[in-house]
Design a binder for this molecule. Structure first.
Ligand code: PDD
Length: 286
C-alpha cells in the first residue's frame, strides 16, 4: 500500500507529495513540528501536542496554517488513509513559500502544512524496552531556544549519528557547564539511590516533552519523589536507574552510558513500572 501524505490541502501518495524548493522550511529550517504517538487507534496526549504546536508557532510568529478543529480532522484522515492504528503521526508547519530572503516574507504568505503517519509494530518498542538502550554523551551544540520544537535539527542529527556509530541508540547532550540537557530526541531521567526521580527543569535549554509532562503526573499519582534539576554524567553513572522519554520511545530504560553499565546493565524496576502505567494514564483521543 502506498503511503499517503497531506500537503497543503491535498492527500497524495508519498512519492507525489512535494513542497516547492522555496519553502522556507527547506531553505532555512524555518518551521516547527510535532510527533504524536498513535496507540490502539487513539492519539496520545493530542491536546498537549497541539498546545505545544501553538506555542512553538507563536514564539516564531508563524500563523496557524488551519484552525485547530480542521487540523484534528486532517490528522485523523491521514491516520485512516494510511490504516495506522499503532505508530505515530508527524506534522510540520513552515513559514511558507517565498523567494529566498532571511527576512519574513512581506506581505506574509500562507504557512505550509505537511502531515504523515507511520505504522510501527508496538512489539518492537516492547522488545527494546525489555533489553534497555545505550546512550553516549556528546556536547550540546544547539541554539539557545530549544524549547521551540523547530525543524532545524542539525546538531540533533549529528548527535544521533554519533550515537549510532558508537553502537548506542541515543545521545545525551552536555551543556557548557558539563550537565545533561536532554537527549537528541528525548528527555533524560535518572533515579538515584534514594529512589528520587530526577529530570532537568524546563527552561529555554530543553524541550518540554509531552511524555515528560504526563509522566510527571504519573510520578505524583504513584507517590514517588520527583526532583526537577540538572544532573551530570558522573551522577548518572552512579544512578540506580536511568531512562529517556519521548513520543516514539515512551519510557525507555537506559542500561549503559558511555559504555558503562547502569543498574547492573538491566532495565530498572521503577522505569519498567512507569512504562507499563504510561498508557493507562495518558489522554487518548479518537
Ligand atoms: N522528539 N527533547 C527533544 C530534543 C525531542 O526531540 C523530543 C521529541 C523530546 C521528547 O518530547 P515528547 O515527549 O513530546 O515526544 C525531548 C520527537 C519524538 C522527534 O523528534 O522525533
Amino acid at each position: 500500500m502506498s503511503r499517503i501524505a497531506y500537503v497543503n490541502g491535498l492527500y497524495l501518495p508519498s512519492r507525489d507529495a512535494v513542497v516547492p524548493i522555496e519553502d522556507r522550511g527547506y531553505q532555512f529550517g524555518d518551521g516547527v513540528y510535532e510527533v504524536c504517538e498513535v496507540f490502539n487507534g487513539a492519539l496520545i496526549d493530542e491536546e498537549r501536542h497541539l498546545g505545544r504546536l501553538a506555542r512553538s508557532l507563536g514564539e516564531l510568529r508563524i500563523d496557524a496554517p488551519v484552525k485547530p478543529g480542521a487540523l484534528k480532522i486532517i490528522l485523523r484522515e491521514v491516520l485512516a488513509r494510511n490504516k495506522v492504528a499503532n505508530g505515530y503521526i508527524y506534522l510540520q508547519v513552515t513559514r511558507g513559500v517565498a523567494p529566498r530572503d532571511h527576512v519574513f516574507p512581506q506581505p506574509s504568505v500562507r504557512p505550509s502544512l505537511v502531515v504523515t503517519a507511520r505504522q510501527i509494530d508496538p512489539r518492537k518498542g516492547e522488545a527494546a524496552a525489555s533489553k534497555g538502550i545505550s546512550v553516549i554523551s556528546t556536547p550540546d551544540l544547539r541554539w539557545k531556544r530549544v524549547d521551540i520544537k523547530s525543524i532545524a535539527l542539525l546538531p540533533n542529527v549529528l548527535a544521533r549519528q554519533e550515537a549510532r556509530e558508537q553502537g548506542a541508540y541515543e545521545a545525551w547532550l552536555i551543556d557548557d557547564d558539563g550537565l545533561v540537557s536532554e537527549g537528541a530526541a528525548s528527555n533524560a531521567w535518572i533515579i538515584d539511590e534514594t529512589g528520587s526521580i530526577i529530570t532537568r527543569q524546563v527552561d529555554h535549554s530543553i524541550l518540554r516533552g509531552i511524555t515528560r509532562t504526563t509522566l510527571i503526573e504519573i510520578i505524583a499519582a504513584q507517590g514517588l519523589h520527583l526532583a526537577e534539576r540538572k544532573f551530570s554524567i558522573d551522577e548518572a553513572l552512579r544512578a540506580r536507574e536511568a531512562f529517556i522519554t519521548g513520543a516514539t520511545t515512551l519510557v525507555m530504560p537506559v542500561v549503559a552510558i558511555d559504555g558503562q553499565k547502569i543498574g547492573g546493565g538491566v532495565p530498572g524496576a521503577v522505569t519498567l513500572k512507569l512504562r507499563h502505567i504510561f498508557h493507562n494514564a495518558a489522554a487518548r483521543s479518537t
